[in-house]
Design a protein around this ligand. Structure first.
Ligand code: ADP
Length: 314
């Protein structure tokens, strides 16, 4: 019976061994012995690895009430190899997928930058074409206006808001004291204010403040844009609103332009029965451009326009 049991154990296809409560080996399967495992004591490890050929076993143990300690090794080589192969596959696939993605991302960013340059240039070209067309319209007496009653301070305030969005680093101080309705084409008047604001930004250092004021009496409203920029020599002031007139560069190359913007400003303001003015104390002192328009209706009790704020306070 004992011999039969021993033969049964030795034929067991799995590595297994049994120790009694005194730690004496009772039985060890042939598979156990063929792995060269010790029969002195049960292994303490939870997992055993053999190098040649590579094999991995999970150690499973149980102790019987009689004190017999049964140890069985369960081979997990295939599962581990499959897991490792899956991990390697994932790492390779991940790496291979990331390589083109990195390239696509890089080119995408490059294209986005180039696209914004294209958009800027399209906008610039659009502005220049608009100026040329407006000049042709003005020359042909075809500057049609769609007039409506407008509160000048509100229109100027919105123009400043728009400017602060497109020029987030510039500071614009507003003192909008005019209380009057004028009869004007809002699109065209916006064009006038936008032009004066963009010139102020163009011809003054980025860290200087631009001031916008409105003022009214019973007959006239005035909107002024003051910058602390390059300023203008006295001798050029009279010609500034002429078509294609640009102040000659004294040093280096300044901002580019066609010299049409201010002539269109003058045309539009005159079409509104108003006038334009410019003052400057000379080079380096900045300058003030003003637009004066006739009042349609004074608004003595009108609500106060928004407080003067600047983009730096946002
Ligand atoms: P441009 O497109 O050349 O700016 P403008 O008609 O708007 O044309 O202006 C005519 C010229 O007036 C400019 O070339 C510039 O020399 C001068 N100018 C306009 N605005 C200012 C300003 N705020 N400060 C100094 N010079 C200005």
């Amino acid at each position: 019976m004992l011999a039969q049991r021993e033969s049964l154990w030795s034929d067991l296809p799995a590595p297994a061994a049994v120790w009694d409560s005194q730690g004496q080996l009772v039985l060890a399967s042939t598979a156990w012995r063929s792995l060269g495992l010790s029969t002195d004591a049960a292994p303490k490890e939870l997992e055993l690895t053999f190098d040649d050929p590579p094999r991995i076993f999970v150690v499973e143990q149980s102790t019987q009430p009689s004190g017999l300690r049964i140890v069985l090794l369960r081979e997990v080589t295939r599962e581990r190899q499959a897991l490792q192969a899956k991990d390697e596959l994932l790492a390779v696939v991940g790496h291979e997928l990331r390589t083109p993605l990195t390239a696509i991302k890089g080119y995408g960013q490059l294209m986005a930058r180039q696209l914004s340059t294209v958009q800027e240039q399209v906008q610039r070209l659009d502005g220049l074409i608009g100026d040329v067309l407006d000049t042709a319209r003005a020359e042909g007496g075809r500057l049609a206006l769609r007039r409506e009653p407008l509160a000048l301070s509100d229109l100027v305030n919105f123009a400043c808001e728009r400017f602060c969005v497109t020029h987030p680093t510039r500071t614009v101080e507003r003192e909008l004291g005019a209380r009057a309705l004028i009869e004007a084409d809002p699109g065209r008047l916006n064009q006038v204010i936008d032009n004066l604001l963009s010139n102020a930004a163009k011809y003054s250092p980025p860290d200087t403040v631009i001031t916008v004021t409105t003022f009214s009496d019973s007959e006239w409203v005035r909107v002024s844009v003051t910058d602390r920029g390059v300023g203008i020599k006295q001798e050029h002031l009279a010609r500034l609103f002429d078509r294609f007139y640009r102040v000659p560069e004294e040093s280096g190359s300044g901002p580019s332009g066609l010299g049409l913007g201010l002539s269109i400003v003058r045309d539009l303001v005159e079409a509104h029965s108003g006038r334009v003015e410019v003052t400057s104390d000379g080079p380096g002192t900045g300058c003030t451009f003003s637009v004066v328009l006739p009042v349609m209706l004074p608004l003595e009790n009108a609500p106060t326009p928004p407080e003067a704020v600047n983009s730096a306070d946002r």
